[in-house]
Design a protein around this ligand. Structure first.
Ligand SMILES: [Mn+2]
Length: 358
């Protein structure tokens, strides 16, 4: 068990009035135990008690080494997996993870009258969103991998490589530079860039296309995530103007980051640049998302966020402008809130750039 992290979670449980909590998110269990399992549809749950007790309910398919401070209760396929958990919880409020499968939760609450399930994810989420020094070092190292993959990817742009092909090549580049695994990437050319989450397809490059490379990977379990937009062979005056606007918004967002600033003010600072340039209605999403053991995790950096920047928070700053039926631009960096300001994790340049293959 990662004792300090567990203690933080228990402290948060106390503030929420919770004496017991079921953590089922595999990333959260990894955060607390260092155990990494992808359980699929099987029961996998860590029961935390306010007195420090921690019990992991786990399928025998995933044998584990003993750990100090952690009791492991195994079940086999075909066995009733919920009964041991149901026998261990007390009457009253039970915190559960927001993503715990309804089949387990309803089975559990159906067996124990007097048990009241409430959303409990916040206890772990609020611990996870403040990265400790070890985690910040891992986030930095992950973004180094992404910088290297981006440099290689931009060097490969040409008419012979489709969006879909580039999306898989970038995954291989990540692994080459040290990522845990290759994941499908978000690569958009031309009109594909007008959709923030376009599905990379068979499109190939033609002169004047914008190119969005939104690339991400886990490195030692911690995610990197960066977006760069370049233009292929030429760019119009409007493309240059929109690019400079989005880049200025990215810089304004970064500049607004320091401890004590509400995250919605950071979104507002970036959004204002785009609105003032007349493109506000084409910036259709939040400014950013938390990142760490998951690619997207709390806190949101959006106009509706209640979070206030604290040292150790790590999130993306990714303004974009998407012109329907035409093209689009997004510029994304990861930041960490430091003791007195901000550290940007990405070093890959974001100057306006036209790429012409040799
Ligand atoms: Mn992102």
């Amino acid at each position: 068990m990662k004792r300090q992290r567990l203690m933080r979670v228990i402290e948060n449980m106390g503030e929420m009035g919770l004496k017991q909590l079921v953590v089922s998110d595999p990333s959260s269990i990894f955060y607390l135990t260092g155990i990494n399992i992808a359980p699929g549809e099987r029961l996998y749950a860590l029961l935390i008690k306010a007195d420090g007790g921690a019990t992991l309910y786990n399928n025998r398919l995933f044998p584990l080494e003993e750990q100090d401070g952690l009791t492991i209760v195994y079940h086999s396929d075909g066995e009733d997996a919920i009964t041991p958990l149901a026998d261990s919880v007390s009457e009253g409020a039970l915190g559960v993870d927001k993503t715990w499968a309804a089949k387990f939760l309803l089975d559990l609450t159906g067996r124990r009258t007097g048990l009241r399930a409430v959303l409990g994810s916040r206890a772990v989420d609020e611990a996870r969103r403040l990265k400790d020094a070890e985690e910040v070092a891992l986030m930095r190292a992950a973004s180094r991998v992404n910088d290297a993959a981006m440099a290689d990817a931009i060097g490969l742009l040409g008419e012979n490589i489709s969006e879909r092909k580039m999306a898989s090549v970038v995954g291989e580049l990540h692994v080459k530079h040290g990522a845990d695994t290759a994941v499908p990437q978000l690569v958009c050319y031309g009109v594909g860039c007008s959709e923030p989450h376009h599905d990379s397809g068979p499109a190939t490059l033609k002169e004047g296309d914008s190119v969005i490379l939104d690339i991400f990977a886990p490195v030692k379990h911690y995610w990197c995530d960066m977006t760069r937009t370049v233009f292929y062979k030429s760019a119009s005056d409007e493309q240059k103007k929109v690019y400079e606007t989005v880049k200025a918004a990215n810089l304004a967002g970064i500049k607004a980051v320091r401890p004590g600033v509400p995250l919605r003010e950071i979104d507002r600072a970036a959004r204002k640049i785009i609105e003032d340039a007349g493109y506000g209605r084409y910036f259709t999403h939040r400014l950013g998302h938390g990142i760490g053991l998951d690619l997207h995790e709390p806190p949101d950096c959006s106009l509706s966020s209640d979070a206030v920047a604290e040292p150790g928070m790590c999130f993306s700053i990714e303004p974009g402008v998407y012109l329907p039926g035409k093209w689009g631009v997004r510029v994304e960096d990861l930041v960490v809130v430091t003791g007195d300001g901000v550290e940007v994790l990405n070093a890959y340049p974001k100057e306006f750039r036209i790429v012409t293959p040799k």
